[in-house]
Ligand binder design. Structure first.
Ligand code: PEP
Length: 251
């Protein structure tokens, strides 16, 4: 199980540091046996060093929310994979629907970034998901499959710990309306099949498939108990240590 938080463009640096401190405190003070739960938080870029430091003594990995596909150059405002690696970043979210929507990011760009992430030892968290219109038109499986294929073409991995895929139906993100557990499981099974064709069963069966879209402590158990849902990518509920750790309790 992997419980991952996407803070998006929220909190200033002191607030982010306080949130990371609260997560560290919650993890180290609780007596609850967390078993096999892994943790990851993805704050804004400028928070990364402070958050990494705050979480140094607890088993929480740190990721970025995006990156550029090139190593360096005249790309004002962008951040590269070598920069992220150099500060000890472990992972990077790629192809989040907000990047696809607001910045017209294409599968080809997500693919270039995923290859670049692997080249610099960052674990790509590839986000896929359909719109409500696509779901209503019966196109959800085809859309998601083609996003997975587009993003992962020529992305080679040596083991299941080098890739994460997050299924985030766009209609469930930030709406308070999560996908039903069975709906999410059905799509995760489609993604798992696709990964099996690409990487073989031994690897694909172990690649963490996260569900994202209004996951909260109250609905986490139903989602996380599905066979192909290996964790959550959590937006708004990751902005409070109590709800983030509350989801981890369900995991
Ligand atoms: C997200 O944007 O990755 C997300 C899952 O957001 P929320 O949990 O707020 O729906």
């Amino acid at each position: 199980m992997l419980v991952a938080g996407n803070w998006k463009m929220n909190t200033d640096v002191p607030e982010g540091r306080a949130l990371a401190d609260a997560i560290a405190e919650g993890l180290s003070s609780t007596a609850a046996d967390r078993g096999d739960v892994d943790f990851l938080v993805c704050p804004p870029y400028v928070h990364l060093p402070a958050v990494r430091e705050a979480l140094a003594d607890v088993p929480v990995a740190v990721g970025a929310q995006d990156m550029h596909a090139q190593d360096e150059g005249a790309y004002t405002g962008d951040v590269s994979a070598p920069m992220l690696s150099s500060i000890g970043c472990d992972a990077v979210i790629l192809g989040h629907s907000e990047r696809r929507t607001y910045y017209d990011e294409t599968d080809a760009e997500v693919n270039a970034k995923a290859q670049q992430a692997r080249a610099h030892d960052l674990v790509p968290i590839v986000c896929v998901g359909e719109t409500l219109e696509q779901r209503k038109a019966g196109e959800a499986d085809t859309v998601v499959r083609s996003q997975v294929d587009g993003a992962l073409s020529d992305v080679s991995i040596d083991g299941a710990d080098e890739l994460i895929v997050a299924y985030e139906p766009i209609w469930a993100i930030g709406t308070g309306e999560s996908a039903a557990a069975e709906q999410a499981q059905a799509m995760h099974a489609v993604i798992r099949d696709d990964l099996r064709e690409r990487y073989g069963g031994d690897v694909a069966d172990e690649v963490p498939l996260l569900y994202g879209g209004s996951m909260k402590p109250h609905n986490a158990y139903g989602l996380l108990s599905q066979p192909d849902i290996d964790g959550g990518l959590i937006g708004s509920a990751s902005l409070e240590a109590e709800s983030f750790l509350g989801i981890a309790e369900k995991a």
